[in-house]
Design a protein around this ligand. Structure first.
Ligand SMILES: Nc1ncnc2c1ncn2[C@@H]1O[C@H](COP(=O)(O)OP(=O)(O)OP(=O)(O)O)[C@@H](O)[C@H]1O
Ligand SMILES: [Mg+2]
Length: 282
């Protein structure tokens, strides 16, 4: 299978040094609303990590804090440190971050509806300075990973299915030759079979191209099948984190996020035994 050319390291497999580390960040919207309260997380190089949580938990805010997309929403990181690939990025622009290898695929897919799939993919190469031939090779590679996109290459993105739009958004991100993709709710509004297909492609991109992923998801079941590690966010705090296997076995996770009820548990008080994350960085 074609490899998307890499200008950098080419490391794959899960390394020990994190490619992304978020240390104790706080985010405030509109100068008053405190939405993230001391969030810390790490993504190993070549890993797939998931941020899980219900509506409004702060998943999107966490991803936007990392990719510097909060300003347009009157949001601000008021505390903490974010490092990507060995350097602090809390004060870079979203474009610089894409150039450095970290790109976000927004919630709701965000393709350009009036452009064809092919044109949408080309817009993903906007931060690159290398020539047409290299871009064409990467396009071919994206079409190999997403055969459906090749079939629909001439269709306007606004008229293809939700699943194909999600694939277009991820394919477009791949065109910037990322080391890491921040993926916001890829399963949103999609049928289980399509969600499965998309997560399968994510896994392939991770294994074949060494792209690291941080995936925000409400679909805990799916996310924990593909990620190796997960963080559970509740009202802006990480309340539990662990390997995907441990989280899947955790009784609280089963009950609240996987919908597997234990009949011996009768009240919220009984089940609320989350280990509060030790805030030694605070
Ligand atoms: N631009 C904004 N201004 C003010 N408050 C906001 C803004 N965006 C989000 N919030 C608030 O921040 C909190 C976290 O929202 P966020 O979108 O990060 O959650 P989420 O976990 O991504 O939820 P969902 O699963 O619904 O996408 C919510 O209470 C939300 O109302
Ligand atoms: Mg969200």
């Amino acid at each position: 299978m074609a490899q998307i050319e890499r200008e950098t390291n080419g490391q794959s497999g899960i390394g020990t040094t994190p490619i992304l580390s978020v240390n104790n960040i706080e985010v405030i919207y509109d100068q008053v609303v405190l939405v993230l309260k001391g969030v810390s997380l790490a993504v190993p190089r070549g890993g797939i990590v998931s941020i899980l949580g219900a509506n409004g938990a702060g998943k999107t805010t966490t991803l936007k804090a990392i990719s510097n997309l909060l300003k347009s929403e009157k949001g601000l990181v008021t505390k903490g440190i974010i490092e990507f690939d060995g350097r602090r990025v809390d004060n870079t622009t979203p474009n610089d971050l894409v150039s450095n290898g970290c790109v976000q695929v927004m919630e709701g897919r965000h393709c350009f509806a009036h452009l064809s799939i092919h044109e949408n993919l080309l817009t993903g190469a906007f931060t690159r300075r290398n020539g047409k031939a290299a871009i064409q090779r990467d396009l071919d590679a994206v079409y190999e990973y997403f055969p459906r996109l090749r079939e629909r290459r001439k269709s306007l993105a606004g008229y293809v299915s939700g699943g194909e739009q999600q694939m277009c958004a991820i394919g477009r991100a791949m065109m910037s030759r990322p080391k890491m993709i921040l993926l916001d709710e890829p399963s949103m509004g999609l049928a289980p079979k399509i969600v499965e297909e998309i997560f399968g492609i994510v896994k392939t991109l991770n294994e074949a191209q060494g792209v690291s992923f941080l995936i925000a998801e409400q679909n805990t079941n799916m996310a924990l099948r593909y990620a190796t590690y997960g963080y559970i966010l509740e009202t802006g705090r990480i309340v539990l984190d662990g390997s995907a296997d441990d989280l899947r076995q955790n009784e609280d996770v089963k009950e609240f996020y996987l919908g597997i009820a234990d009949s011996n548990r009768t009240s919220f008080r009984d089940v609320k035994s989350y280990r509060r994350r030790k805030r030694w960085l605070a």
